[in-house]
Design a protein around this ligand. Structure first.
Ligand code: P1T
Length: 389
């Protein structure tokens, strides 16, 4: 069965787990967790479909087929974490002396990786406000190799015009990589907008239940895929079959979860925007967001992440965070439960205060991953926590 003509919701349930793929097993409806690290062969020089699980594994392959289907690409790769996926891309695509342009608001761990490697491998990194494509073009140098984007960004939810930046990049023979973690393939497909490579922290919406660390890379380019596949095997950046099973399972409800994350997030953002103790709300689903129209043009939704500045500073932010009862104070995002955190002290503490200030991450900034709980319960918890400051 091919699912080419099926909608996203159908593909996220079936691709990779078709009965014909599972042929030879016991006609399971769910891909079995194949734990075997190695596969027997009849001839010394001739292995069957699988050889050794670092290279490929049946459970992982089922997931990789689904990844490719969801981003509508030829290839999907499943990795041990989002950062493993990022490291594999940087390792494979860059040589010493190369230059990278990145959005000035990226996940702290991505900035840490770029900062760490630029010293060690003599890379040049320029972070710019990619919300304006002309600023990206101005940053291009003779040694520039790639442009690294998130849209919306973590944690300030800035949005960039992926198609316009891809057009600029391709005129200069550069690659565009988009970290699509925040919207998930349900709301946005950057490759269809012109990007060359998509990367995901699967740990977030794709897994969806805060119980697996994983990463994904999706792309169409044959030669690049071969290089990435070779390096993944050579470096051993693979997820376990059990983790692949958890992600296959999580993906079956991605569309249902994303719709609810979004409707709850819009309600939370609207509530915060009208709250007297809130200075500013960042959410691409609010008409007040500077790239509201752009996001609506290139994505079919605005997702479940909301950031806001509380009136006051770090003291008020910490007091508010520690007063919440239903929201869990924790790093990460994209699970069914609502999580809340302080970027400057938590997810983005690995970058310097100067860099945070340049990016606009204030000590009063709070980031919420709005879960799929009952919205009245969520708003009531926010209300009681505001009452404590
Ligand atoms: O945690 P890991 O699966 O390695 O993914 C890293 C990563 C990559 N890209 C984005 C946009 C991310 O948000 C992350 C991880 N982020 C968090 C843990 C966080 O709380 O923001």
């Amino acid at each position: 069965m091919t699912h080419q003509n099926h909608s996203f919701d159908t593909r996220s349930i079936h691709v990779g787990e078709e009965p014909e793929y599972l042929e030879g097993s016991n006609n399971e409806v769910v891909a079995p967790i194949v734990l075997s690290s190695t596969f027997a062969r009849k001839k010394v020089m001739n292995h069957g479909r699988f050889e050794y699980s670092r290279t490929s594994n049946p459970t992982r392959l089922a997931l990789e087929k689904r990844y490719a289907s969801l981003e509508q690409t030829k290839y999907g790769l499943s990795l041990a974490s989002g950062l493993a996926a990022e490291a594999l891309l940087l390792f494979t695509l860059l040589k010493p002396g190369d230059h990278i342009i990145g959005f000035d608001d990226l996940y702290g761990g991505t900035k840490r990786l770029l900062n760490q490697w630029k010293e060690q491998y003599d890379l040049q990194v320029t972070l710019v406000d990619a919300a304006q494509p002309s600023i990206v073009e101005e940053a291009i140098q003779p040694r520039t190799k790639l442009i690294w984007l998130e849209s919306p960004t973590n944690p300030l939810l800035k949005v960039c015009d992926i198609a316009a930046i891809a057009e600029i990049a391709h005129r200069h023979n550069l690659l565009v990589i988009v970290d699509n973690t925040f919207l998930s393939p349900y709301f946005q497909n950057p490759i269809l907008l012109g990007a060359d490579i998509v990367v995901h922290s699967v740990t977030k919406y794709i897994g969806g239940h805060s119980d697996v660390i994983g990463g994904a890379v999706m792309l169409n380019n044959d030669a690049l895929f071969e290089k990435l596949k070779f390096n993944q095997n050579a470096l051993g950046m693979v997820p376990s079959p059990f983790d692949c099973y958890l992600v296959l399972r999580g993906l079956k409800t991605l569309s249902l979860r994303m719709e609810r994350h979004q409707s709850n997030a819009l309600a939370v953002a609207t509530y915060l925007e009208n709250h007297p103790k809130v200075e500013r709300v960042y959410y691409p689903g609010l008409p007040s967001h500077p790239q509201y129209v752009l996001n609506a043009r290139q994505a079919s939704g605005y997702g479940g992440m909301v950031s806001f500045e509380i009136k006051g500073g770090e003291k008020e932010a910490v007091q508010f965070l520690e007063s919440l009862e239903l929201f869990t104070l924790a790093e990460s995002l994209g699970g069914v439960e609502s999580l809340i955190e302080h970027p400057a002290l938590m997810t983005h503490s690995s970058i310097t205060q100067k860099e945070r200030e340049l990016a606009g991450i204030k000590d009063s900034l709070i980031r919420i991953s709005v879960g799929v709980e009952d919205i009245t319960d969520l708003i009531n918890d926010l209300e009681q926590a505001f009452g404590n400051i």
